[in-house]
Design a protein around this ligand. Structure first.
Ligand code: PLP
Length: 357
């Protein structure tokens, strides 16, 4: 079966097999990683290797901390302003869909949010260019989501704002193609798409942004406390961290993020190419803002949705139903799904169109 779920998403089979092989007896130690003290030499080595592999994959500069935190990406919606938005300050937010709006709504609890730009003017089918943005004068940071998982809207460019730190939600496109980490003040990503199991969130933060938390910021949410304690101020999500490490190892074995990008490019070209060539399927997103990771599409007649999904499931093409707020279909094609998954999907779509089109 191929799992097209938006998240928790498919994990590489090789990673799951390895985790299974190590589950009861990790490296002959007679216990599972789940049962290890996070302070033990063995676990600290697992955690450090995971961090180093992620640093290697994304060429993370040494003046950035990598944090393995809990609470998912959604907790960052509050954690970011608590750490980076001073009392009485203003932060710029770009609205490109549901996730960036959730981040914005949460930030409003802590200070002034300036909506610098919104894709609403384009029905969320395109991203306003930076020349259309209305930036505030003294923003503490600018927040945006590089890929909107639900709408399927992705930036293919990075905003340029001089000294204003860029804070980016990369939950659904981190590790899918190369990035230049030094362009960002803070990158965060919920793990359950391209990293590992849900609940974990990876934060990559420039060191000069640490130590700015408001006095009311809970200790557990203070980035500096997390950084000073190697993400082990409390007991971390040890098994999720370990499994993410296995994914990073797998990614390195595959040839790293550049190789992933080539594969992801081929996957999205095939799927969008097929949709565009058909009169039966549509994707409304403007070409330069189409997500490489989440491809929403509609059938010519939504009355056929049920039959399409049932036929897909019968062929082992799982979780293609679109998000309830959008309807239609959505194929999430993260790193763990190879080109073969998209080929199988396109073959089924062609067959279904022939039968019902
Ligand atoms: N941001 C984006 C872009 C997402 O796709 C998601 C959903 O998984 C989230 C944030 C929320 O993540 P979490 O459920 O880990 O809080």
């Amino acid at each position: 079966a191929y799992n097209f779920c938006a998240g928790p998403a498919a994990l590489p089979e090789a990673v799951l097999l390895r985790a299974q092989a190590e589950l009861l007896d990790w490296h002959g130690k007679g216990l599972s990683v789940m049962e290890m003290s996070h302070r033990s030499d063995e676990y600290v080595a697992i955690a450090e290797k995971a961090e180093q592999d992620l640093r290697d994959l994304l060429a993370i500069p040494s003046n950035y901390k990598v944090l393995f935190l809990q609470g998912g990406a959604s907790q960052q919606f509050a954690e970011i302003p608590l750490n980076l938005l001073p009392e009485g300050g203003v932060a710029d937010y770009v609205d490109t869909g549901i996730w960036s709006r959730k981040a914005m709504e949460e930030a409003r609890r802590f200070g002034t949010v300036n909506v610098a730009a919104s894709a609403e003017a384009y029905d969320y089918f395109a991203i306003p260019g930076q020349n259309e943005w209305r930036l505030s004068k003294n923003a503490a940071y600018l927040h945006y989501a590089s890929n909107e998982t639900i709408g399927g809207l992705q930036f293919d460019w990075v905003p340029e704002l001089g000294d204003v730190p860029l804070v980016v939600d990369m939950s659904s496109d981190i590790l899918s193609r190369p990035i230049d980490v030094s362009q960002f003040g803070l990158i965060y990503a919920g793990a359950q798409k391209n990293i590992g199991p849900s609940g974990l969130v990876v934060v990559i933060v420039r060191e000069d942004l640490l130590g700015r938390a408001r006095s009311a910021c809970p200790t557990m949410l203070d980035y500096k406390v997390a950084a000073d304690n190697g993400s082990m101020y409390n007991t971390p999500a040890t098994f999720s961290w370990y499994l993410s490490g296995l994914v990073f190892e797998w990614l390195k074995e595959q040839g790293g993020v550049e190789v992933m990008a080539q594969c992801n490019h081929a996957k999205k070209e095939l799927l969008y190419g097929f949709i565009d060539a058909s009169d039966f399927y549509t994707n409304p997103i403007s070409t330069n803002a189409r997500s490489w990771m989440n491809v929403p599409f509609r059938l010519a007649d939504e009355k056929l949705d049920k039959a399409f999904l049932a036929g897909a499931e019968a062929r082992g093409l799982l979780n293609l139903k679109g998000h309830r707020s959008v309807g239609g279909m959505r194929a999430s094609i993260y790193n763990a799904l190879g080109l073969g998954a998209v080929e199988a999907l396109v073959a089924y779509m062609a067959e279904f169109e022939k039968e019902h089109g």
